[in-house]
Ligand binder design. Structure first.
Ligand code: ZN
Ligand code: ZN
Length: 240
């Protein structure tokens, strides 16, 4: 048994690898054993596919596409990706607009509308269609080291997302919170307060990126000293 658990950011506003292209948006590969899922697609299919190729991923290798929410910076690459692989099962929030659902159904054979928290595959869960400025689904990867909570833009609020994860898995600490935290309009005081709350909820490490905001990411880096992971396209993390 290989038991591989990996995540790899393939699209982001920033990059750790100068050979990758950057644009405002987010996409991340989740690998469980030999099964690959793509979480979001960034804002541009050509950039998504070129970054994926550089990082060794071909669309044909994927069995699932998980869409956090229908904002363009997360679904701009959906059509290009599906044109390369229309066999993936697409998981999208049940609250998505009918036109968007129908557009995806016209390309993909299998679309799952997520409302309640659900196990997507062994060890990978959606936290459900969480209400927010725009409803959004986040995912949780269950590892031996704790939960890895992966957010798109965190429009329901990153704290609410973590709380939902703690309700679904009350006895498991959050090893890592990673993705867009959407704090770019938040004041220093409110970010400090948020970080204290995240620590009280037993969030051990953070890797904020995408729409978190530069000043707000720097605060996370300082206040999560030693437990902050610098994120960006090209970040690969492996878990036990
Ligand atoms: Zn976003
Ligand atoms: Zn958004």
């Amino acid at each position: 048994m290989t038991n591989t658990k990996k995540i790899s950011i393939v699209f982001d506003n920033t990059t750790l690898d100068p050979g990758l292209k950057t644009e405002w948006g987010f996409a991340c590969v989740i690998e469980l054993d030999n099964e690959k899922s793509l979480f979001d697609t960034g804002n541009d299919g050509k950039i998504l596919l070129s970054n994926m190729a550089r990082l060794g991923y071909a669309p044909k290798d994927f069995s699932r596409l998980i869409i956090s929410h229908m904002h363009w910076d997360h679904v701009g690459g959906v059509i290009d990706f599906l044109h390369h692989n229309s066999d993936v099962i697409v998981y999208m929030p049940a609250s998505s607009l009918t036109d968007d659902i129908n557009m995806i159904k016209s390309i993909s054979k299998s679309v799952v509308l997520v409302s309640e928290p659900v196990e997507i595959t062994d060890g990978l869960f959606s936290l459900g269609d969480l209400p927010g400025y725009l409803n959004e689904q986040s995912v949780v990867l269950k590892t031996d080291e704790g939960l890895v909570v992966l957010t798109g833009c965190a429009h329901p609020g990153v704290l609410n997302i973590v709380k939902r994860a703690r309700v679904s898995f009350p006895d498991v600490p959050v090893k890592l919170l990673i993705g867009g935290f959407h704090l770019l309009h938040d004041s220093t005081e409110s970010v400090i307060e948020l970080i204290e709350k995240l620590k009280r909820l037993n969030v051990q490490q953070v890797a904020p990126t995408h729409c978190t905001g530069e000043k707000q990411m720097e605060l996370c880096r300082q206040l999560y000293a030693g437990h902050y992971i610098k994120a960006g396209a090209g970040l690969k993390l492996q878990f036990k």
